[in-house]
Design a protein. Structure first.
Length: 188
């Protein structure tokens, strides 16, 4: 009777139910996605503790959205990509609640209740800096030379770290006198 009419369904309790269902294999949620759900559950608990509020499914509105995103940036040590991830999961959880007829709240579907997509504040190398790395002489430090070579292969072939770990000489094939890299990409 967690979500009976008089229980006024708790958002955190729904999150914990979904996480448990994911862990038990009842929902098609990957391990990494479950980590994102757990992280949001932790942030919601911190938000409840800080504000003294109990978050309900019907109580999720634009005021909550503004205060929660502000909380994430100031007290949650989150930047834009982290806030975006939390909002993405929150919207999904609210949709699950709608699908299960636990609430009728559709505020999360409104235009203003949006993810924080945009430019990241991550630092990237430009082409000049990559060229400088290529020309770097690391002959006196073979272990660093090997790592630089590994990094350059990943850079030029757009490999994820997990894909790079799987690459070996067996992945090089010769077709009509030309060498090609052949591998199966796997997102972890």
């Amino acid at each position: 009777n967690l979500f009976s009419k008089d229980a006024n369904g708790s958002l955190v309790e729904l999150m914990e139910t979904i996480i448990q269902e994911g862990l038990n294999g009842l929902l098609p949620i990957q391990k990494q996605t479950l980590k994102n759900y757990k992280a949001l559950a932790t942030r919601l608990k911190q938000y409840e503790a800080r504000t003294g509020l109990r978050l309900t499914l019907e109580g999720i509105d634009m005021d909550f959205y503004q205060k929660f995103t502000s909380f994430l940036s100031t007290h949650g040590n989150c930047r834009m990509p982290g806030i975006d991830s939390h909002i993405k999961v929150l919207k999904r959880v609210m949709n699950i609640g709608l699908e299960r007829k636990l609430h009728q709240n559709t505020t999360h579907q409104e235009k203003g209740f949006r993810r924080m997509r945009g430019k990241s504040d991550k630092i990237f190398l430009n082409e000049r800096e990559v060229a400088l790395l290529e020309r770097t002489d690391l002959s006196t430090q073979p272990h660093l030379k090997k790592e630089l070579d590994r990094w350059l292969v990943a850079y030029y072939f757009l490999l994820r770290f997990s894909d790079l770990q799987q690459i070996s000489s067996a992945n090089i094939i010769n077709v009509d006198g030309r060498n090609f890299l052949r591998y199966r990409s796997q997102k972890t």
